[in-house]
Design a protein around this ligand. Structure first.
Ligand SMILES: [Zn+2]
Ligand SMILES: [Zn+2]
Length: 182
């Protein structure tokens, strides 16, 4: 059961330890995705030592531990938090994850590490990269608003098993998901 988007809802995008990447385009793009609701969307840079969540055997960072930490840093926030990190994330049951959302605590994470073409030995492509970041961001925010995965492969709430799924889908909600949100 999705929550209807509330007038009061705001989104804080935290770019964690990212110095170079310009993610300000997300403010406008997310504004478009969630229109006609006008959510208050803010972007902040945040530096955080991440070693506490590192698993040396897997050479990956544990998403749940990171969410716990962010919840402690921003315990009383009313709106949603979307953290963007450039480390490879995992959860117990999966080899890796593109992102994770914790509905009750209204915090989600996405990792940009596996969204770059270079990760797969391909030539750098900023356009594809920024589209993927947007899709993953909208997807996890959709979960924070209570949406589940959608069967429509074009819908942003479709589950991405691989980047192929991400590239096929749109960055927007399908009419059905939109109806649940608005
Ligand atoms: Zn999902
Ligand atoms: Zn959908």
């Amino acid at each position: 059961m999705a929550f209807k988007i509330n007038k009061k809802d705001s989104i804080l995008i935290l770019t964690v330890n990212l110095k170079e990447e310009p993610f300000f385009y997300l403010i406008e793009a997310l504004g478009e995705v969630f229109s006609p609701k006008s959510l208050d969307i803010e972007l902040k840079r945040y530096d955080l030592e991440l070693s506490f969540s590192y698993n040396p055997e897997r050479k990956q960072f544990h998403a749940g531990t990171l969410i716990d930490k962010l919840k402690k840093i921003y315990p009383l926030r009313e709106g949603l938090i979307l953290a963007i990190l450039d480390v490879d994330l995992y959860t117990e049951s999966l080899n890796f994850i593109f992102g994770e959302a914790r509905l009750q605590e209204r915090i989600a994470l996405i990792s940009i590490t596996r969204l770059r073409q270079e990760f797969y030995g391909l030539a750098k492509d900023d356009k594809i990269f920024y589209q993927r970041v947007l899709k993953e961001a909208v997807h996890e925010l959709g979960h924070l608003f209570g949406l589940s995965h959608c069967a429509n492969p074009k819908c942003v709430m479709h589950f991405s098993n691989s980047l192929l799924d991400t590239d096929i889908k749109d960055y927007k909600f399908c009419p059905l998901c939109k109806k649940n949100l608005f």
